[in-house]
Design a protein around this ligand. Structure first.
Ligand SMILES: *Cc1c(COP(=O)(O)O)cnc(C)c1O
Length: 407
C-alpha cells in the first residue's frame, strides 16, 4: 500500500474515533529530548507528551526498572497488594505531607478518586448536604464525566445528559469571589496551583493561602491537582512545597510514570479513612509495572541536581524567550519551572496553532494551551545546549511568521 500520499490525519480518521486532530508526522522512536518520525527525521521535544516524559525518552533507569519488573510479574489486581505498590506509596509518603496513597492509571482517575473521597469524607462527618465542590473556571481535571463537570470548561461537559449537581465555579485568582463561594455546604475546593490547559497560569500564593484558610474555616478539604505541575516540573518535587500551602488531598499523574500510565491520589490518614473498604476501586491501579517505573522516576526527580537543572533551564528558557520574541508578539511569558506559557498579544490573537505547526515543520515540538498560548514543557533533564537549540529554531519560526495570519 502506498501511504506517502495519505496524510497521518487521514490514516487516523480511517481507524480511530474522530476525537483528536493529530499533527501530521508519525513519531516512531524517542531518544532523550528527541523524537524520530517514520522517515527518520528528528524533532526536539519541548512537549514531553504533554508534560509526561519528565526524563525524556528511553531513560536508562526507567528502562531498567521496567525490564526487571517485567521479568518478575506484570499484574496482580487489587485482590492482592504488591511489593512495587507498597514501595512506591512509601516513597511518596516519605517525600510529602501524605500518609496514604490510592493508585490509578491517569490524571482523570486520580481526580475522580480525590473528588469521591472529598464527598464521602463530608458525608461521613457532616451528612449529605455538605457536598458542594468549588472549582475554578478554565481549570482542567480530566475527561471523565465527573472531572469535566468539575473542570472549568462548560463545553467539555455539555451534551452528555443531565449535569452533575453540587459543583460551583469561580473566577481563578479572585479571592473575594472564592470567599463568597465557600460555605458550610462546601466539601472541597479543587485547584491546579499552576493552571496548565487553562493557559499556563500560576495562581499567586496569597490566593492559595486564602483557599487553605476558607477550607479550614468551613471544614472543607483542599485538593491540589498537580497532575501537570507536580513531579519536579515546578522546580520542587510538588508545587505545594514551593508555595508553602499544604492541601488535604494531592493528585499526581502525567510525569509520575514518565510515560508509563499511572495516577496517584495522596491524603493524610484521617481523610483517607473515608475511602473505606469497597467504596472505590480499579483493576489496574497499583499495577507492578507502572509502580516500578514510577518509583524510578520519583528517585530521579527527587535528586537535587535534577531539580536544580529545572530552575536553571527555566531561567535560560525565560530569558531566551524574551530575547527571541518579536516585539509586540507576546503579552506575557509566564509559568513555573519547566512549564512555561507565551501568551499572544491581541494583535496576534488566535495564532498559537500556527506557531506550533511552524515549529514542527522546523523540527521543534511545542504545545499550545487553547488558541492564545504557546506552551513549553521540555523534559526536566534537558541540557543547556538543547534549550539553546530549541530557542534557535523558535526564533527563526517566530521571525518568519507572516505579519497577519494565513487566511
Ligand atoms: C492532563 C491533566 C489531567 C488529566 O489527566 P489524564 O491522564 O489525561 O486523565 C488532570 N489534571 C490536570 C491538571 C492535567 O493537566
Amino acid at each position: 500500500m502506498k501511504t506517502s500520499e495519505t496524510s497521518i490525519a487521514d490514516r487516523a480518521a480511517a481507524v480511530l474515533m474522530p476525537t483528536y486532530a493529530p499533527l501530521d508526522i508519525l513519531p516512531v522512536e524517542g531518544d532523550g529530548a528527541w523524537i524520530i518520525d517514520d522517515t527518520g527525521r528528528r524533532y526536539l521535544d519541548f512537549g514531553s507528551g504533554i508534560a509526561v516524559t519528565a526524563l525524556g525518552h528511553g531513560h536508562g533507569a526507567l528502562l531498567a526498572a521496567l525490564q526487571q519488573q517485567s521479568e518478575r510479574i506484570w499484574h496482580l489486581s487489587n485482590v492482592f497488594t504488591n511489593e512495587r505498590a507498597l514501595s512506591l506509596a512509601q516513597a511518596l509518603i516519605d517525600r510529602t505531607f501524605a500518609d496514604r496513597v490510592f493508585f490509578s492509571n491517569s490524571g482523570a482517575e486520580a481526580n475522580e478518586a480525590a473528588l469521591k473521597l472529598a464527598r464521602r469524607h463530608a458525608h461521613d462527618h457532616h451528612g449529605p448536604d455538605k457536598h458542594v465542590i468549588v472549582a475554578l473556571e478554565e481549570s482542567f481535571h480530566g475527561r471523565t464525566f465527573f472531572t469535566v463537570s468539575v473542570g472549568g470548561k462548560p463545553s467539555y461537559a455539555q451534551g452528555f445528559g443531565p449535569p452533575i449537581p453540587g459543583i460551583a465555579h469561580v473566577a481563578p485568582g479572585d479571592a473575594a469571589e472564592l470567599t463568597r463561594a465557600v460555605d458550610g455546604r462546601t466539601c472541597a475546593v479543587i485547584i491546579e496551583p499552576v493552571m496548565g490547559e487553562g493557559g499556563v497560569r500560576p495562581l499567586d500564593v496569597e490566593y492559595l493561602r486564602t483557599a487553605r484558610r476558607l477550607c479550614d474555616e468551613n471544614q472543607a478539604l483542599l485538593i491540589f491537582d498537580e497532575v501537570q505541575i507536580g513531579m519536579g516540573r515546578s522546580g520542587s518535587l510538588f508545587a505545594y512545597q514551593r508555595y508553602g500551602v499544604t492541601p488535604d488531598i494531592l493528585t499526581s499523574a502525567k510525569g509520575l510514570g514518565g510515560g508509563f500510565p499511572i495516577g496517584a491520589t495522596l491524603a493524610g490518614a484521617e481523610v483517607a479513612s473515608s475511602l473505606g473498604r469497597g467504596t472505590h476501586g480499579t483493576t489496574y491501579g497499583g499495577n507492578p509495572l507502572a509502580c516500578a517505573v514510577a518509583e524510578a522516576v520519583l528517585h530521579e526527580v527527587s535528586k537535587p541536581e535534577l531539580l536544580a537543572n529545572v530552575e536553571e533551564r527555566s531561567e535560560q528558557l525565560r530569558t531566551g524567550l524574551q530575547r527571541i520574541s518579536p516585539p509586540g508578539m507576546f503579552g506575557e511569558i509566564r509559568g513555573l519551572g519547566l512549564l512555561l506559557g507565551m501568551e499572544l498579544a491581541p494583535l496576534h490573537a488566535g495564532r498559537a496553532k500556527e506557531i506550533q505547526l511552524g515549529a514542527l515543520a522546523s523540527g521543534l515540538v511545542v504545545l499550545v494551551a487553547g488558541t492564545e498560548v504557546v506552551r513549553l514543557a521540555p523534559p526536566l533533564n534537558i541540557t543547556a545546549e538543547e534549550v539553546d537549540a530549541g530557542l534557535e529554531i523558535l526564533e527563526s519560526v517566530l521571525s518568519s511568521l507572516p505579519e497577519t495570519p494565513a487566511p
